[in-house]
Design a protein. Structure first.
Length: 216
């Protein structure tokens, strides 16, 4: 069984790894976009502009329907960078609307806006999976997000002993793993996560793919 890297910004080249490459409509999407390799496409909060939202959403609506597009995003909220928060919320809600329409998961970027993200999910009653990528906060916040129906994906912070990511991997059976923009291999992250779960790497791969297959 292959490894699943649910979120990466690198071009997938490794055999035995299914990597979902994240492309931003506002930066690299205008390059030759893959037609067969699994990707995610969205308006990243660092780059998305409210005055360009209408034409970009029209384009995204077409692109996101491609069969190799597995997720909408990376989209989300960032209190430290990008448009003001009010505009970021509008941009995110448009992408949530699209994800619901085409029934594809959302891959989410969130920096210091978790309460706003929870409020949006509650208010819009979002039904598609909402996956927060690269979660690196404390265990308590992670459990709150899980209780609210979010899914979490962990990257290199899982390698740090006693990190919130490591503790959450130990305490929950439902999570994903990713490399994001790091040079650490997904195999290494799986090895550490398997140790934390006290299971084999193959058992962990099977568990993660079972969750993934529920909504792809």
């Amino acid at each position: 069984m292959d490894f699943l890297d649910i979120h990466t910004h690198k071009v997938a080249t490794q055999p035995g790894v299914i990597s979902i490459q994240s492309l931003s409509l506002t930066s690299d999407i205008f390059l030759a976009m893959p037609k067969t390799k699994p990707i995610s496409v969205g308006l990243h909060p660092w780059f998305a502009k409210i005055d360009q939202l209408e034409p970009q959403m029209k384009y995204l609506s077409v692109v996101a329907n491609q069969s190799n597009v597995k997720q909408v995003g990376e989209c989300g909220l960032d209190r430290l960078r990008g448009e003001n928060l009010e505009n970021q919320i509008l941009i995110l809600e448009k992408q949530i609307e699209l994800a619901e329409k085409i029934d594809k998961p959302l891959i989410l970027h969130c920096v210091k806006c978790f309460s706003e993200l929870i409020a949006i999910k509650d208010r819009l009653k979002v039904k598609v999976p909402m996956i927060i990528h690269g979660f690196n906060k404390n265990e308590g916040l992670g459990k709150q997000l899980l209780d609210k129906g979010f899914l979490l994906s962990f990257g290199i912070t899982a390698l740090k002993e006693n990190s919130g990511a490591a503790k959450l991997i130990e305490s929950t059976d439902h999570f994903f793993l990713e490399t994001d923009d790091t040079d650490i291999s997904i195999q290494e992250i799986y090895k550490v996560a398997a140790i934390l779960k006290k299971c084999t790497v193959d058992e962990l791969k099977a568990r993660i793919f079972a969750d993934w297959n529920k909504f792809v």
